[in-house]
Design a protein around this ligand. Sequence first.
Ligand SMILES: [Mg+2]
Length: 180
Amino acid sequence: MLAQFTPTWMIEATYNINPKELKQLGIKVVLTDLDNTLIAWNNPYGTEELRDWMTSLERENIQLVVVSNNSHRRVKKAVAALQLPFISRALKPFSGGIRRAMRQYQVSENEVVMVGDQLLTDIAAANFSKIRSILVRPIIESDAWNTRINRFFERFVMHAMLRKHPELKFRKDLINERNK
Ligand SMILES: [Mg+2]
């Protein structure tokens, strides 16, 4: 049961995920949640760190794709400033959206990673899809009301998961810090 909500890695922030390390790990496509993972819901333009991160992903030839449960209209508007391809109505925690993205970019399970701030949706969807995942800290704590209810359950699962996996901690690095 808990295995379904356990990420492969935990990283402080999305922009801390090192594109060179992703490449070393064989990742060709990074799927990312939108709200509170890539951008704060009240800042659609993203931060400077995010933009720098996107540039360095491009440099490593890694494709970034937004996979969101939100509607086409909402996601299209949100990513317009970032000019990113996206999959909307992904139905996370189910695997539909992730599978759709994998078909579209013709990548196999070990060539893709899902980044998100929620165990119950993003990480569960990654595990359902049998791909690796990175949990990041939410950009800001205050959310839309529906996410706030989710967070309540999220906290329980997070506690249980961390108790079972003391080796998992929010880090700044995928590879080098792993065994510290
Ligand atoms: Mg989110």
